[in-house]
Design a protein around this ligand. Sequence first.
Ligand code: ARG
Length: 561
Amino acid sequence: MNYKEYIAKKIIECGLPDEGIAENIAVPPNTDMGDYALPCFKFAKVMRKSPVVIAQELAAKITPDNVIAEVLALNGYLNFKINKSSLARETVSKVLSQGESYGSSKMGEGKTICIDYSSVNIAKPFHIGHLSTTVIGGALYKIYNYLGYKVVGINHLGDYGTQFGKLICAYKKWGDKDEVEKGGIHAINDLYVRFNNEATPEMEVEAREYFRLIESGDKEANEIFEWFKSLTLDYVNKIYARLGVKFDSYNGERFYSDKMQPVIDELVEKGLLKESEGAKIVDLEPYGMPPCLILRSDGASLYATRDLAAALYRKNTYDFYKCLYVVAYQQNLHFKQIFKVLELLGKEWAKDMVHVAYGMVSLEDGAMSTRKGKVVWLEDVIEKCVEKAYKVIEDKNPALENKQDIAEKVGIGSVIFGALYNNKIKDIVFSYDKVLSFEGETGVYCQYTCARAYSVLQKACVESFNIPENINLLPQEYEVVRTLASFPEIVVEAGEKYEPSVIARFAVDLSQKFNKFYFDCKILTADDEDTKSFRLALCAATLQTLKNALALLGIGVPEKM
Ligand code: ARG
């Protein structure tokens, strides 16, 4: 049952206009006042009555039933107390019967969402700065899927530009085939760094020529380029596999190199393309933005040109309902410009483009920049977390089997959770000790809570759950029930706000409430059979819901730790 809708129906029966009542019903933070509340201020004007009177009249009209235990008017709010026992029964049985799909919905059926995320640059290191886009995008992918949307994950590869001419030039001069084959991305990156430090003016000229050769389809230049690309992809795919993210398309910037002309033609046709110091631009001054550069004076296209072509291609190919770009806030202006140009081109779907911006991640010692050569590779961060997780597990529980598998789940989980817990626009400082803490607001804490629930269930040896007819709930139990019941709305909220942190926070909240219940209430040694049955079912429902929530973030749950 959807309680908000149930309550809304009761209210509408009393003669209130059927406009967004359910959406206006809120969940008060403190259950003393009620489990649900409708603020009546909005109706004062239409009904020509004060909110206080409206609430009082409604409270008098609605009679409690087996769902609604009590209706109270308080200062212009209409408060509802739910029949706790029926909410508990219903929620717990729903979680247990729906299992892995508890919290999912069909709201997105028939709609497609494109998510451009991770979008790595060929031959460039995958450093800590790429963590957020990869895990935020990966989580949104899973969340929208869960909400019934068709999702297209796009890795808009940075595989176009003069830097590839430089790389080939460096490889030709200093490179060694076996060394590059063996060293992979790191060897390629070294060549790139060396070029930037040591290249002579002649080499710069040569590099431009190599770039031209790639563009004109020269066989050798393209072979080397493709080789670098495949080494980069082999390497990032290993990281993606560990983080549990996947893509449906790897069409990157280069893919659009022959698809830009129609965009340019359309810009000309609509009188939007202007000449400025030899370059071609779209003037955005009326909108308070610098011009959007379309073609350089030498005729070369730009990042923005390829993004415009990509947007049109995506609309044509996927007919998306929304197209998201999970990219750092440093590119705010770029996306504002792109979306504005699409709007000026008369694409009504420009409104469906969303820049999902996020903040910077740095490590505690301040390291992260690639230019200063002080690179922190993402794989090293992951490896270090897994190693540290192993040590912690070894300390806590040396007799555990499969320690390596558990350490992998815990270590990876800590990295993902660390990047997803905060509101995404915040800059974060990544701390190994913090993300791996068993006590803080961490993935490890949630995983440990799951292990605790597993262990109770294992000790109880129950195969199916008996949920008693009448349950006399303690406040600790009721808090868990209420939180479990809110999960489907939490998933929707995370999707609507493009904010996986909503789910991460839910997981911590549920864990905290479960742990309070676990410490305050006897489960296996409960006073009577009914209480024990219900509490075990509550453990199982919590475990299931936590697993579902963590899975949406890409985090696995070990049975023991
Ligand atoms: N490769 C780019 C970068 O590292 C990100 C690309 C984002 N996607 C896009 N369609 N522009 O900055």
